[in-house]
Design a protein around this ligand. Structure first.
Ligand SMILES: [Fe+2]
Length: 439
């Protein structure tokens, strides 16, 4: 009977297959390499290898790509017919729920798997991403906290545990611990793109843009080499440059590594949308051509109505490109949302899309009316605090442009308090006419 490197039984796997599976999991835990290719080779060579099927399904589903989810439904059905142990059945049930759009149920199923098998690294990685998609800060931290006593620094994959824990601690606002865990992870594995990302978030949330630029630029190879997550980390670097108003550096990144990818992924499109939108908010017009090029990429990949978080970002691109037809199609598709996305859209996505549309039209009063009630529950449709900051930035800009001085001052003060060193926070404070002697 074969086992993975953390001691979990692998039904249907040969010793060679188990070794290859370990290599795939190592790649996934760095967010680099091509674990999907390994999973597919394993399935071809050892069709009864249940966890190879599970790995393939997770990789298809974690991209929040509607077409990939549709494809996954077909091959998950094959895996459901295989002989499997309880842990493996848990994985297959979780990916089935996720393929059907039941994010919360998938999260709970794989949470139970982790409780029984805390050394199942794939269950933790899959669950951690689900916590991200459902905006559950607490579980981003605690799913990993629960498993930690069962791990030690000597175990393969420990860096990934530290990296995930770091991100969860960051999303819970425990920045000092988050940075310490993230740095410990990188000391064990400098290629761990998720640990790198957790530290990038700490610096973003604390407004430490100069530290962030140094931290990311000091080891670009470490987080870009063979990485399938590099675009998002480039995006974080671009945010630091945007803090200082360094338009040239931001546009270089926007036109370079943030868009020049061999294969489109939803996350890459989201990052490109958010960056161009934030540039525009700062009064730097990225130009219609950039927006149009981005819309072209959306048209190749994106399906409206699948995941409201993606749809909001698609709307930013459609507004920028002047594609009213696509804006309207996106709004219409919200009525066809299924499963958990019904609530993601109704509670958060749709009012934000309408708010962003009103903002784009210059109807700042309506934009504020739509966005304000959603702001405090926006985590429900997923993403990180840093990603959802685009909501605060748009709201603050609407308050400034719409002449709502009290709201603008309140939001500017809040931002300055959270990000002492941030030039952007200081700029907002000045624009809002905030008297901030102590700051
Ligand atoms: Fe991020």
């Amino acid at each position: 009977m074969s086992h993975d490197l953390q001691g979990n039984v692998l039904t249907g796997a040969s010793e060679t297959g188990a070794t290859q599976f370990a290599a795939a999991l190592q790649q996934l835990s760095n967010y680099a390499g091509d674990p999907l290719a390994i999973a597919e080779q394993l399935i071809a060579a050892e069709p009864g290898f249940v966890m190879a099927h599970a790995l393939k399904a997770w990789l298809y589903l974690l991209g929040t790509d509607a077409k990939a989810a549709q494809a996954a439904k077909g091959f998950i059905a094959e895996a459901e017919g295989l002989e499997a142990n309880a842990r493996e059945r848990g994985h297959i049930s979780a990916v089935r729920a996720l393929a059907d759009g039941r994010f919360h149920e998938a999260s709970r199923i794989i949470e139970d798997v982790s409780a029984e098998h805390p050394r199942d690294l794939l269950a933790l990685i899959g669950g951690h991403q689900l916590d991200f998609f459902t905006g559950s800060s607490r579980m981003l931290r605690d799913r990993i906290s629960r498993a930690m006593p069962h791990w030690s620094a000597r175990m393969p994959g420990y860096h990934a545990m530290l990296g995930m824990h770091a991100f969860g601690l960051e999303e819970m606002g425990d920045y000092a611990q988050a940075e310490a865990k993230g740095r410990e992870a990188l000391s064990l594995q400098r290629l761990d793109g998720w640990a790198r990302h957790a530290i990038a978030h700490v610096m973003e949330m604390q407004g430490r843009h100069e530290d962030g630029i140094r931290f990311m630029r000091d080891d670009i190879e470490g987080w870009t080499k063979d990485s399938f997550f590099a675009v998002h980390n480039w995006w974080h670097l671009a945010l630091y440059h945007l803090e200082t108003g360094d338009e040239t550096a931001v546009l270089e990144l926007a036109d370079g590594p943030i868009t020049s990818v061999a294969q489109n992924q939803m996350l890459d499109l989201i990052d490109a949308s958010a960056l161009l939108w934030r540039l525009q908010l700062r009064g730097i017009d990225p130009g219609k051509a950039r927006w149009q090029a981005l819309v072209k990429r959306y048209e190749e990949l994106w399906v409206p109505g699948y995941y409201a978080f993606n749809d909001l970002h698609a709307v930013m691109a459609f507004l920028g490109a002047g594609r009213q037809d696509l804006v309207e199609a996106t709004l219409a598709a919200q009525g066809e949302a299924e499963a958990d996305n019904i609530a993601f859209s109704a509670d958060v996505g749709l009012p934000l899309m309408q708010g962003f549309i009103a903002f784009h039209k210059g109807d700042h009063v309506r934009a504020i009316t739509l966005m304000r009630p959603v702001r405090n529950r926006a985590a429900r449709f997923g993403g990180s605090h840093a990603q959802r900051d685009v909501i605060d930035l748009t709201l603050l800009e609407a308050a400034l442009r719409g002449g709502d001085a009290a709201l603008a001052q309140a939001l500017a003060a809040e931002r300055l308090q959270a990000k002492h060193e941030s030039p952007l926070a200081a700029l907002f404070a000045r624009r809002a006419g905030l008297q901030h002697g102590a700051a």
